[in-house]
Design a protein around this ligand. Structure first.
Ligand code: AHR
Length: 663
């Protein structure tokens, strides 16, 4: 629609021949040279970075609706209300939540004992993750573990309540055993609510023990029972990601070593995975989330499965024995590093080992006898200094000895320049690091200025993983940062520089990926969601235009013999796609004025048919939102070309992807 309007206004002209429909003669000639391939574009070029920050896993991608389902939070009744607990109480009639402690083999320690003294009833209500998103007509699967302790509780009634307390779904289960037993039920929602709650009441009197009280939508990604939220995975899948990096981010490291991410505790039966505080829980005083824990229902098996679903290479990152250096920086002594290294070796076995191996067997038992064909592993997230190098070398030696084909990703610290970065790069180059992860959270201006960042990188040195980046409209980690068009356009300009340097840059990902509109800690983020809806930001659409048009081979696009890296606010890159036979030219105009260009293809004939996809907005402060999710979204227009030239007017502040079939 926008393009049509512009055409009518004579601003956009896509014509075969020598002049624009508004009569202006093209000033700038851009030569797309298809005679000489510069480098392959790696299939991993554009991927996604997933971290459980901003309620991205529990409360987000992982579709569980019950918060603190197994009473494992530090305050075991957090998330649960007991409106009439003055009459009936948890444990010892104290009226205070105090779940009984018990131990089992798995370390899943808490359950809650409910005492119902008379027919007037006791009720407990789970508030969900800032409420529960419930959709009219949809079915929800309930499951809970129960054990009758004393007396005779004859029924457990489970209801969904909307924001006004109206019942919008109901089921019940009949507890029958004095041993732990799992009971299932189904609720069908009679109306939609963004902030529903789950209420549990009882019939009969006595004491009953409860654990793993769980509610999932039946309609999940690929229909998997107790799986992932479909709309969110769809947004990820639509990016056609080349890889999936998981599980972070700083969450890998933990504030202390005890709080680091330990993948072995995230596989196997879900009810046996011990919960852990989320390190973003109270990281920022301005966005406290004391109820943020990790259930690990979305664990390493699920991450591998998700990678497989999306055709993305799995890229797990593991702790290297250093807790987050922005927090404690706790170090595991070198003589105690072995278990950490063993975790890495065992992970490779879990992903790639035969079902005869111990960890391959765990994978098989989880329903995936085939290997996950993992090729990459990351050692450490954002570590710096000699302590990192010392530990990294031990991992490197052990992994390469046992699995020489596994490619190791190392880190260059949290900043793209400065002492930590210089030191890390120098040392990693010395030991022949294969892929180095760089992070940059910088201003939009920095991104535009750094479109040339990789032009001078050694083509024979380590390959680069631009593993975390996002333009910050205010300042790094400021709660006022916006996902506006200014940041997205600057990232687009920068990304032409990533792509132009595909010889060096092999993987890239925006960060963070997702944020709950009420549960976030960090902004900006690629995708925003609430309990019912989700939308892609302008930054998302920039990523999508690059990742779905990545091509397979890099060629040059030049003006006066020079790559376009910001001259008169223009940035460009050109690729071909051997699968589709297309030539794809990405053009970014960061100027507030439209620009007229003449694209001249040499070295190969182009067909007369093509299209141009444009992402644009005259207003740099514009954003997408739940109300206007497509305020900034791509629009496609067909083009017809005669000969080898096309003339285009690039609208002010626009990303344009020109796609033409080769002859
Ligand atoms: O993306 C948010 C955080 O930024 C990541 O966890 C960390 O690696 C970086 O500092």
């Amino acid at each position: 629609m926008i393009l049509n309007t512009l055409k009518k206004q004579g601003v956009l002209a896509l014509l075969a021949g020598g002049f624009f429909c508004n009569g202006t003669v093209a000033q700038q000639e851009l030569i797309v040279d298809l005679s000489e391939k510069i480098a392959p574009i790696q299939p991993t070029m554009y991927g996604i970075f997933f971290e459980d920050i901003n309620f991205a896993a529990d409360g987000g991608l992982y579709a569980e609706l019950v918060k603190n389902r197994s009473f494992e939070f530090e305050l075991p009744m957090m998330g649960w209300k007991e409106p009439n607990s003055d009459r009936h109480s948890f444990n010892n009639n104290s009226g205070i939540a105090a779940p009984v402690k018990y131990m089992n083999d798995s370390g899943n320690e808490n359950f809650c004992r409910v005492t119902v003294k008379d027919a007037s009833g006791y009720e407990m209500i789970n508030e969900g993750f800032r409420g529960m998103g419930i959709k009219e007509g949809d079915t929800y699967n309930l499951s809970l573990e129960a054990k009758k302790f004393t007396g005779d509780i004859t029924k457990i009634i489970v209801q969904l309540l909307d924001e006004n307390g109206k019942v919008i779904g109901e089921t019940s289960v009949v507890p029958e055993s004095s041993e732990w037993k799992t009971y299932d039920g189904k609720l069908v929602a009679t109306s939609t609510a963004e902030k529903a709650q789950l209420k549990i009441t009882f019939e009969g009197t006595g004491e009953i023990d409860l654990d793993m009280i769980s509610l999932f939508p039946q309609d999940t990604w690929k229909g998997r029972k107790n799986g992932l939220r479909k709309d969110l995975v769809q947004l990820l899948d639509d990016l056609n990601p080349g890889f999936l990096r998981f599980p972070g981010g700083c969450i890998v490291e933990g504030r202390t070593l005890a709080q680091r991410y330990q993948w072995k505790k995230t596989v196997g039966p879900v009810e046996e995975r011990p919960s852990l505080i989320n390190r973003w829980n109270t990281e920022f005083a301005h966005r406290l989330a004391p109820d943020y824990f990790q259930s690990f229902g979305l664990g390493f098996f699920e991450y591998f499965q998700l990678s497989e679903d999306m055709g993305a290479e799995p890229l797990p990152i593991l702790s290297c024995g250093i807790a987050c250096q922005f927090n404690t920086g706790e170090l595991v002594p070198m003589e105690d590093l072995d278990p950490y290294v063993q975790d890495a070796l065992d992970l490779i076995e879990f992903a790639n080992g035969s079902t005869e191996t111990p960890w391959g067997k765990v994978r098989e038992d989880m329903g995936h006898p085939e290997t996950f064909n993992m090729k990459y592993i990351g050692v450490g997230n954002e570590q710096w200094g000699p302590e990192y190098m010392e530990r990294y070398k031990v991992f490197n030696a052990a992994i390469k000895e046992k699995y020489p084909d596994i490619i190791i990703v190392s880190g260059s610290g949290p900043f793209p320049d400065g002492d930590y970065f210089e030191y890390g790069m120098k040392e990693l180059k010395k030991i022949g690091a294969e892929i180095i992860d760089e992070h940059y959270y910088k201003s939009p201006e920095w991104f535009k200025e750094n479109a040339t960042r990789y032009d001078s990188y050694d083509r024979n040195g380590p390959k680069i993983f631009a593993g975390e980046y996002a333009a910050q409209s205010v300042a790094i980690a400021s709660p006022d940062n916006k996902n506006n068009w200014d940041t997205a356009l600057a990232e687009a300009a920068f990304m032409t520089g990533l792509e132009r340097n595909a010889e060096v840059v092999h993987l890239t990902s925006y960060a963070p990926l997702m944020a709950h509109a009420e549960g976030w800690q960090w902004t900006p983020d690629l995708i925003w969601f609430n309990n019912l809806k989700a939308y892609g930001t302008p930054n998302y659409y920039v990523q999508k235009l690059f990742s779905t048009n990545s091509g397979t081979d890099l060629f040059s696009v030049k003006e006066n013999g020079e790559a376009l890296t910001g001259q008169h606010d223009l940035y460009a890159t050109a690729v071909t796609d051997s699968k589709t036979g297309e030539v794809i030219v990405k053009l970014v105009n960061t100027s507030g004025e439209s620009q007229e260009i003449n694209l001249n293809f040499i070295g190969s004939k182009i067909s007369g048919k093509g299209e141009i996809v444009t992402l644009m907005k005259g207003d740099l402060t514009a954003e997408n939102s739940f109300e206007a999710p497509q305020n900034i979204a791509p629009e496609t227009e067909e083009i017809r070309i005669k000969g080898s030239k096309i003339r285009i007017t690039l609208p002010a502040y626009s990303l344009n992807v020109v796609k033409i079939l080769k002859k």
